[in-house]
Design a protein around this ligand. Sequence first.
Ligand code: 1CP
Length: 339
Amino acid sequence: MRALRPESTAEQKSGPPPIWLMRQAGRYQKEYREIREKVSFLELCHRPELAAEVTVFAVRQLEVDAAIIFADILLILDELGLELRFEENHGPVFDKPVRSLADVDALPQVPMAERLAYVGKAIEIAVKELGSTPVIGFAGAPFTVASYAIEGGSSRNFTKTKRFMYEEPVAFEGLMTRLTDATIDYLKMQIACGASCVQLFDSWVGCLSPFDFDTFIAPHMKRLFASVAPLSPSIYFGTTTAGLLERMTATGPDIIGVDWRMDLDTAWSLIGHDRGIQGNLDPVVLLSDRATIKTHAARVLEQAGGRPRHIFNLGHGILPQTPVDNARYLVEIVRELGA
Ligand code: 1CP
Protein backbone atom coordinates (compact mmCIF):
# COMPACT_ATOMS: atom_id res chain seq x y z
CA MET A 1 0.00 0.00 0.00
CA ARG A 2 3.05 2.25 0.31
CA ALA A 3 2.85 3.19 -3.39
CA LEU A 4 -0.71 4.44 -2.93
CA ARG A 5 0.11 6.91 -0.20
CA PRO A 6 0.73 10.54 -1.10
CA GLU A 7 3.10 10.98 1.86
CA SER A 8 5.58 8.61 0.19
CA THR A 9 8.57 10.67 -0.91
CA ALA A 10 11.77 10.03 -2.79
CA GLU A 11 13.73 10.03 0.48
CA GLN A 12 11.75 7.06 1.75
CA LYS A 13 12.84 4.82 -1.10
CA SER A 14 13.32 1.23 -0.07
CA GLY A 15 13.02 -2.05 -1.91
CA PRO A 16 11.38 -3.10 -5.17
CA PRO A 17 8.08 -1.62 -6.38
CA PRO A 18 4.88 -3.54 -5.68
CA ILE A 19 3.83 -5.61 -8.69
CA TRP A 20 0.59 -7.12 -10.00
CA LEU A 21 -0.48 -7.87 -13.56
CA MET A 22 -3.65 -6.73 -15.28
CA ARG A 23 -5.80 -9.75 -16.13
CA GLN A 24 -3.64 -11.89 -13.89
CA ALA A 25 -6.51 -14.38 -13.57
CA GLY A 26 -7.45 -15.72 -16.98
CA ARG A 27 -7.07 -17.98 -19.96
CA TYR A 28 -3.26 -18.20 -19.92
CA GLN A 29 -3.64 -20.38 -16.79
CA LYS A 30 -4.41 -24.10 -17.15
CA GLU A 31 -6.34 -24.05 -13.87
CA TYR A 32 -8.55 -21.19 -15.11
CA ARG A 33 -9.26 -22.99 -18.40
CA GLU A 34 -10.25 -26.09 -16.46
CA ILE A 35 -12.80 -24.13 -14.43
CA ARG A 36 -14.07 -22.49 -17.63
CA GLU A 37 -14.70 -25.91 -19.16
CA LYS A 38 -17.29 -26.42 -16.45
CA VAL A 39 -18.84 -22.94 -16.15
CA SER A 40 -19.40 -20.06 -18.54
CA PHE A 41 -17.54 -16.79 -18.04
CA LEU A 42 -20.67 -15.05 -16.76
CA GLU A 43 -21.47 -17.88 -14.37
CA LEU A 44 -17.92 -17.65 -13.03
CA CYS A 45 -18.45 -13.93 -12.37
CA HIS A 46 -21.79 -14.61 -10.68
CA ARG A 47 -20.51 -17.29 -8.28
CA PRO A 48 -18.61 -15.54 -5.44
CA GLU A 49 -16.76 -18.66 -4.20
CA LEU A 50 -15.50 -19.45 -7.71
CA ALA A 51 -14.66 -15.82 -8.55
CA ALA A 52 -12.73 -15.55 -5.28
CA GLU A 53 -10.98 -18.84 -6.00
CA VAL A 54 -9.55 -17.71 -9.37
CA THR A 55 -8.66 -14.33 -7.84
CA VAL A 56 -6.70 -15.91 -4.99
CA PHE A 57 -5.15 -18.59 -7.20
CA ALA A 58 -3.56 -15.96 -9.46
CA VAL A 59 -1.95 -14.24 -6.47
CA ARG A 60 -0.51 -17.50 -5.15
CA GLN A 61 0.66 -18.73 -8.54
CA LEU A 62 2.42 -15.51 -9.53
CA GLU A 63 3.34 -14.37 -6.00
CA VAL A 64 2.23 -10.84 -6.81
CA ASP A 65 1.65 -8.09 -4.24
CA ALA A 66 -2.05 -7.49 -4.93
CA ALA A 67 -5.17 -9.29 -6.09
CA ILE A 68 -7.71 -7.83 -8.49
CA ILE A 69 -11.16 -9.20 -7.96
CA PHE A 70 -12.37 -11.45 -10.78
CA ALA A 71 -15.31 -9.72 -12.48
CA ASP A 72 -15.85 -7.68 -15.64
CA ILE A 73 -16.43 -4.07 -16.60
CA LEU A 74 -19.51 -5.08 -18.60
CA LEU A 75 -21.54 -6.57 -15.73
CA ILE A 76 -22.99 -3.15 -14.98
CA LEU A 77 -24.53 -2.96 -18.47
CA ASP A 78 -26.12 -6.37 -18.06
CA GLU A 79 -27.78 -5.09 -14.89
CA LEU A 80 -29.01 -2.06 -16.83
CA GLY A 81 -30.90 -4.45 -19.09
CA LEU A 82 -28.65 -4.45 -22.18
CA GLU A 83 -28.48 -8.26 -22.17
CA LEU A 84 -24.80 -9.16 -22.25
CA ARG A 85 -23.66 -12.39 -23.83
CA PHE A 86 -20.29 -13.67 -24.97
CA GLU A 87 -20.10 -15.19 -28.44
CA GLU A 88 -17.50 -17.88 -29.02
CA ASN A 89 -14.35 -16.29 -30.52
CA HIS A 90 -16.16 -12.99 -30.95
CA GLY A 91 -16.25 -11.31 -27.56
CA PRO A 92 -19.09 -9.48 -25.86
CA VAL A 93 -22.39 -8.75 -27.61
CA PHE A 94 -25.29 -6.61 -26.40
CA ASP A 95 -28.59 -7.34 -28.06
CA LYS A 96 -30.05 -4.08 -26.82
CA PRO A 97 -27.50 -1.33 -27.55
CA VAL A 98 -28.10 2.32 -26.62
CA ARG A 99 -28.56 4.39 -29.79
CA SER A 100 -30.96 7.25 -28.91
CA LEU A 101 -32.18 9.57 -26.18
CA ALA A 102 -35.22 7.31 -25.85
CA ASP A 103 -32.89 4.35 -25.20
CA VAL A 104 -31.06 6.33 -22.48
CA ASP A 105 -34.33 7.43 -20.87
CA ALA A 106 -35.58 3.84 -20.93
CA LEU A 107 -32.61 2.52 -18.89
CA PRO A 108 -34.10 1.17 -15.67
CA GLN A 109 -33.27 2.75 -12.30
CA VAL A 110 -31.62 -0.16 -10.54
CA PRO A 111 -29.92 -0.31 -7.13
CA MET A 112 -26.53 -1.14 -8.64
CA ALA A 113 -24.72 -2.00 -5.38
CA GLU A 114 -27.47 -4.47 -4.56
CA ARG A 115 -27.55 -6.03 -8.03
CA LEU A 116 -23.79 -6.48 -8.10
CA ALA A 117 -23.61 -7.63 -4.47
CA TYR A 118 -22.17 -10.94 -5.72
CA VAL A 119 -18.95 -9.09 -6.64
CA GLY A 120 -18.83 -7.68 -3.10
CA LYS A 121 -19.29 -11.16 -1.70
CA ALA A 122 -16.36 -12.40 -3.83
CA ILE A 123 -14.22 -9.53 -2.49
CA GLU A 124 -15.11 -10.47 1.10
CA ILE A 125 -14.07 -14.08 0.53
CA ALA A 126 -10.83 -13.10 -1.25
CA VAL A 127 -9.91 -10.58 1.47
CA LYS A 128 -10.39 -13.22 4.14
CA GLU A 129 -8.29 -15.76 2.23
CA LEU A 130 -5.48 -13.37 1.40
CA GLY A 131 -4.89 -11.74 4.76
CA SER A 132 -2.46 -8.86 4.32
CA THR A 133 -2.38 -8.94 0.49
CA PRO A 134 -4.62 -6.09 -0.73
CA VAL A 135 -7.56 -6.81 -3.03
CA ILE A 136 -8.12 -4.22 -5.74
CA GLY A 137 -11.71 -3.50 -6.73
CA PHE A 138 -12.52 -2.13 -10.16
CA ALA A 139 -15.05 -0.86 -12.65
CA GLY A 140 -14.98 0.30 -16.22
CA ALA A 141 -14.78 4.07 -16.55
CA PRO A 142 -18.04 5.50 -17.90
CA PHE A 143 -16.68 6.29 -21.39
CA THR A 144 -15.26 2.82 -22.02
CA VAL A 145 -18.43 1.19 -20.71
CA ALA A 146 -20.56 3.59 -22.79
CA SER A 147 -18.61 2.56 -25.90
CA TYR A 148 -19.73 -1.07 -25.44
CA ALA A 149 -23.32 0.07 -24.79
CA ILE A 150 -23.42 2.17 -27.94
CA GLU A 151 -21.44 -0.10 -30.29
CA GLY A 152 -23.25 -3.19 -29.01
CA GLY A 153 -19.90 -4.88 -28.39
CA SER A 154 -16.19 -4.37 -29.05
CA SER A 155 -15.04 -1.83 -31.61
CA ARG A 156 -12.00 -0.75 -33.55
CA ASN A 157 -12.70 2.89 -34.41
CA PHE A 158 -15.59 3.75 -32.09
CA THR A 159 -17.47 5.42 -34.95
CA LYS A 160 -20.94 4.80 -33.51
CA THR A 161 -19.79 6.00 -30.07
CA LYS A 162 -18.26 9.22 -31.36
CA ARG A 163 -21.12 10.00 -33.73
CA PHE A 164 -23.55 9.56 -30.85
CA MET A 165 -21.39 11.83 -28.67
CA TYR A 166 -21.23 14.56 -31.37
CA GLU A 167 -24.73 14.34 -32.79
CA GLU A 168 -26.68 13.55 -29.62
CA PRO A 169 -24.73 15.37 -26.89
CA VAL A 170 -27.73 15.50 -24.55
CA ALA A 171 -28.33 11.77 -24.82
CA PHE A 172 -24.60 11.03 -24.47
CA GLU A 173 -24.43 13.25 -21.40
CA GLY A 174 -27.44 11.42 -19.97
CA LEU A 175 -25.79 8.05 -20.56
CA MET A 176 -22.51 9.18 -18.98
CA THR A 177 -24.38 10.54 -15.96
CA ARG A 178 -26.30 7.29 -15.49
CA LEU A 179 -23.13 5.21 -15.81
CA THR A 180 -21.19 7.49 -13.45
CA ASP A 181 -23.93 7.23 -10.80
CA ALA A 182 -24.03 3.45 -11.13
CA THR A 183 -20.23 3.17 -11.02
CA ILE A 184 -19.93 5.30 -7.87
CA ASP A 185 -22.56 3.13 -6.19
CA TYR A 186 -20.78 -0.04 -7.31
CA LEU A 187 -17.31 1.09 -6.21
CA LYS A 188 -18.51 2.24 -2.80
CA MET A 189 -19.99 -1.21 -2.27
CA GLN A 190 -16.70 -2.88 -3.28
CA ILE A 191 -14.76 -0.68 -0.84
CA ALA A 192 -17.27 -1.46 1.93
CA CYS A 193 -16.69 -5.16 1.22
CA GLY A 194 -12.93 -4.77 1.73
CA ALA A 195 -11.32 -3.55 -1.50
CA SER A 196 -8.15 -1.61 -0.52
CA CYS A 197 -8.06 0.46 -3.68
CA VAL A 198 -10.09 0.77 -6.90
CA GLN A 199 -9.01 0.88 -10.54
CA LEU A 200 -11.04 2.58 -13.24
CA PHE A 201 -10.45 0.90 -16.61
CA ASP A 202 -10.81 3.54 -19.33
CA SER A 203 -9.16 1.23 -21.82
CA TRP A 204 -10.39 3.02 -24.94
CA VAL A 205 -10.43 6.69 -23.83
CA GLY A 206 -7.25 7.24 -25.88
CA CYS A 207 -9.42 7.32 -29.02
CA LEU A 208 -10.59 10.81 -28.00
CA SER A 209 -9.08 14.23 -28.67
CA PRO A 210 -8.07 16.42 -25.72
CA PHE A 211 -11.02 18.70 -26.53
CA ASP A 212 -13.47 15.80 -26.45
CA PHE A 213 -11.99 14.54 -23.18
CA ASP A 214 -12.42 17.96 -21.57
CA THR A 215 -15.93 18.42 -22.94
CA PHE A 216 -17.54 15.02 -22.62
CA ILE A 217 -15.51 12.95 -20.16
CA ALA A 218 -13.63 15.03 -17.56
CA PRO A 219 -16.64 16.36 -15.60
CA HIS A 220 -17.89 12.82 -14.99
CA MET A 221 -14.47 11.50 -13.99
CA LYS A 222 -14.01 14.44 -11.59
CA ARG A 223 -17.31 13.65 -9.91
CA LEU A 224 -16.43 9.97 -9.76
CA PHE A 225 -12.98 10.44 -8.18
CA ALA A 226 -14.31 13.08 -5.77
CA SER A 227 -16.91 10.57 -4.54
CA VAL A 228 -14.39 7.76 -4.10
CA ALA A 229 -11.47 9.82 -2.69
CA PRO A 230 -12.69 9.93 0.94
CA LEU A 231 -13.04 6.13 0.95
CA SER A 232 -10.17 4.68 -1.07
CA PRO A 233 -7.16 5.45 -3.25
CA SER A 234 -7.86 5.16 -6.97
CA ILE A 235 -6.01 4.22 -10.15
CA TYR A 236 -7.09 5.65 -13.53
CA PHE A 237 -5.92 3.42 -16.37
CA GLY A 238 -6.15 3.95 -20.12
CA THR A 239 -4.24 3.02 -23.29
CA THR A 240 -2.83 5.35 -26.00
CA THR A 241 -3.27 8.23 -23.57
CA ALA A 242 -0.08 10.20 -24.33
CA GLY A 243 -2.14 13.21 -25.42
CA LEU A 244 -4.44 13.04 -22.40
CA LEU A 245 -2.23 12.37 -19.38
CA GLU A 246 -2.33 15.84 -17.81
CA ARG A 247 -6.08 15.96 -18.31
CA MET A 248 -6.61 12.51 -16.81
CA THR A 249 -4.49 13.54 -13.82
CA ALA A 250 -6.56 16.69 -13.34
CA THR A 251 -9.72 14.60 -12.82
CA GLY A 252 -8.32 13.54 -9.43
CA PRO A 253 -7.05 9.93 -9.25
CA ASP A 254 -4.12 9.04 -6.97
CA ILE A 255 -2.34 6.92 -9.57
CA ILE A 256 -2.33 6.90 -13.37
CA GLY A 257 -1.94 3.63 -15.27
CA VAL A 258 -0.05 3.96 -18.56
CA ASP A 259 0.65 1.62 -21.45
CA TRP A 260 4.00 1.00 -23.19
CA ARG A 261 3.48 3.46 -26.04
CA MET A 262 5.16 6.11 -23.96
CA ASP A 263 8.31 6.04 -21.82
CA LEU A 264 7.40 5.77 -18.15
CA ASP A 265 9.68 8.66 -17.15
CA THR A 266 8.19 10.98 -19.78
CA ALA A 267 4.68 9.98 -18.71
CA TRP A 268 5.50 10.55 -15.02
CA SER A 269 6.85 14.04 -15.76
CA LEU A 270 3.55 14.92 -17.43
CA ILE A 271 1.49 13.40 -14.63
CA GLY A 272 3.66 15.03 -11.95
CA HIS A 273 5.74 13.18 -9.37
CA ASP A 274 3.26 14.04 -6.62
CA ARG A 275 1.05 11.30 -8.13
CA GLY A 276 1.75 7.62 -8.47
CA ILE A 277 2.23 5.78 -11.74
CA GLN A 278 1.42 2.19 -12.71
CA GLY A 279 2.89 0.32 -15.65
CA ASN A 280 4.13 -0.12 -18.22
CA LEU A 281 5.72 -3.25 -19.69
CA ASP A 282 4.45 -4.34 -23.12
CA PRO A 283 2.55 -7.63 -22.48
CA VAL A 284 4.13 -9.07 -25.65
CA VAL A 285 7.49 -9.04 -23.86
CA LEU A 286 6.15 -11.93 -21.75
CA LEU A 287 5.96 -14.10 -24.88
CA SER A 288 9.72 -13.79 -25.19
CA ASP A 289 12.77 -15.44 -23.57
CA ARG A 290 14.03 -14.66 -20.06
CA ALA A 291 16.89 -12.42 -21.19
CA THR A 292 14.45 -10.23 -23.12
CA ILE A 293 12.04 -10.06 -20.19
CA LYS A 294 14.90 -9.03 -17.90
CA THR A 295 16.13 -6.30 -20.27
CA HIS A 296 12.70 -4.76 -20.69
CA ALA A 297 11.79 -5.00 -17.00
CA ALA A 298 15.11 -3.32 -16.14
CA ARG A 299 14.30 -0.45 -18.49
CA VAL A 300 10.93 0.17 -16.84
CA LEU A 301 12.58 0.12 -13.39
CA GLU A 302 15.29 2.49 -14.55
CA GLN A 303 12.73 4.94 -15.88
CA ALA A 304 10.83 4.78 -12.59
CA GLY A 305 14.10 5.93 -11.03
CA GLY A 306 13.50 4.18 -7.72
CA ARG A 307 10.73 6.61 -6.79
CA PRO A 308 8.40 5.07 -4.19
CA ARG A 309 5.07 5.63 -5.90
CA HIS A 310 5.61 3.28 -8.84
CA ILE A 311 3.46 0.16 -9.12
CA PHE A 312 4.99 -2.28 -11.59
CA ASN A 313 2.44 -3.69 -14.05
CA LEU A 314 1.96 -4.45 -17.71
CA GLY A 315 0.78 -1.67 -20.00
CA HIS A 316 -2.39 -3.69 -20.72
CA GLY A 317 -3.79 -7.11 -19.90
CA ILE A 318 -1.68 -10.26 -19.95
CA LEU A 319 -2.15 -12.10 -23.27
CA PRO A 320 -3.85 -15.53 -23.34
CA GLN A 321 -0.80 -17.17 -24.98
CA THR A 322 1.57 -16.06 -22.17
CA PRO A 323 3.53 -18.90 -20.52
CA VAL A 324 2.80 -18.85 -16.77
CA ASP A 325 6.51 -19.36 -16.07
CA ASN A 326 7.33 -16.12 -17.86
CA ALA A 327 4.83 -14.17 -15.75
CA ARG A 328 6.35 -15.73 -12.63
CA TYR A 329 9.83 -14.87 -13.86
CA LEU A 330 8.84 -11.23 -14.36
CA VAL A 331 7.70 -10.97 -10.74
CA GLU A 332 10.94 -12.59 -9.58
CA ILE A 333 13.20 -10.38 -11.71
CA VAL A 334 11.41 -7.15 -10.73
CA ARG A 335 12.01 -8.04 -7.06
CA GLU A 336 15.64 -8.89 -7.73
CA LEU A 337 16.46 -5.85 -9.88
CA GLY A 338 14.43 -3.49 -7.69
CA ALA A 339 16.05 -4.63 -4.44
O1 1CP B 1 -12.78 -16.89 -19.94
C1 1CP B 1 -12.95 -16.05 -20.85
O2 1CP B 1 -12.90 -16.34 -22.04
C2 1CP B 1 -13.27 -14.67 -20.49
C3 1CP B 1 -12.18 -13.70 -20.81
C4 1CP B 1 -12.36 -12.58 -19.84
C5 1CP B 1 -11.74 -12.45 -18.60
C6 1CP B 1 -10.72 -13.36 -17.98
C7 1CP B 1 -13.27 -11.50 -19.99
C8 1CP B 1 -14.20 -11.27 -21.09
N1 1CP B 1 -13.18 -10.72 -18.85
C9 1CP B 1 -12.27 -11.26 -17.97
C10 1CP B 1 -11.95 -10.80 -16.61
C11 1CP B 1 -11.63 -9.38 -16.41
N2 1CP B 1 -11.98 -8.37 -17.28
C12 1CP B 1 -10.98 -8.80 -15.28
C13 1CP B 1 -10.60 -9.51 -13.99
C14 1CP B 1 -9.47 -10.43 -14.06
C15 1CP B 1 -8.10 -9.91 -13.82
O3 1CP B 1 -7.73 -8.79 -14.18
O4 1CP B 1 -7.32 -10.70 -13.26
C16 1CP B 1 -10.84 -7.44 -15.54
C17 1CP B 1 -10.15 -6.42 -14.66
C18 1CP B 1 -11.48 -7.17 -16.77
C19 1CP B 1 -11.65 -5.85 -17.34
C20 1CP B 1 -12.16 -5.68 -18.72
N3 1CP B 1 -13.13 -6.37 -19.38
C21 1CP B 1 -11.72 -4.64 -19.57
C22 1CP B 1 -10.74 -3.58 -19.18
C23 1CP B 1 -9.35 -4.09 -19.24
C24 1CP B 1 -8.80 -4.24 -20.61
O5 1CP B 1 -8.32 -5.35 -20.90
O6 1CP B 1 -8.78 -3.24 -21.35
C25 1CP B 1 -12.44 -4.75 -20.78
C26 1CP B 1 -12.30 -3.87 -22.00
C27 1CP B 1 -13.34 -5.85 -20.65
C28 1CP B 1 -14.35 -6.31 -21.64
C29 1CP B 1 -14.22 -7.71 -22.01
N4 1CP B 1 -14.35 -8.74 -21.12
C30 1CP B 1 -14.13 -9.93 -21.74
C31 1CP B 1 -13.88 -9.65 -23.12
C32 1CP B 1 -13.61 -10.68 -24.17
C33 1CP B 1 -13.96 -8.26 -23.28
C34 1CP B 1 -13.82 -7.48 -24.57
C35 1CP B 1 -12.45 -6.92 -24.79
C36 1CP B 1 -12.42 -6.12 -26.10
O7 1CP B 1 -13.38 -5.43 -26.45
O8 1CP B 1 -11.39 -6.21 -26.76
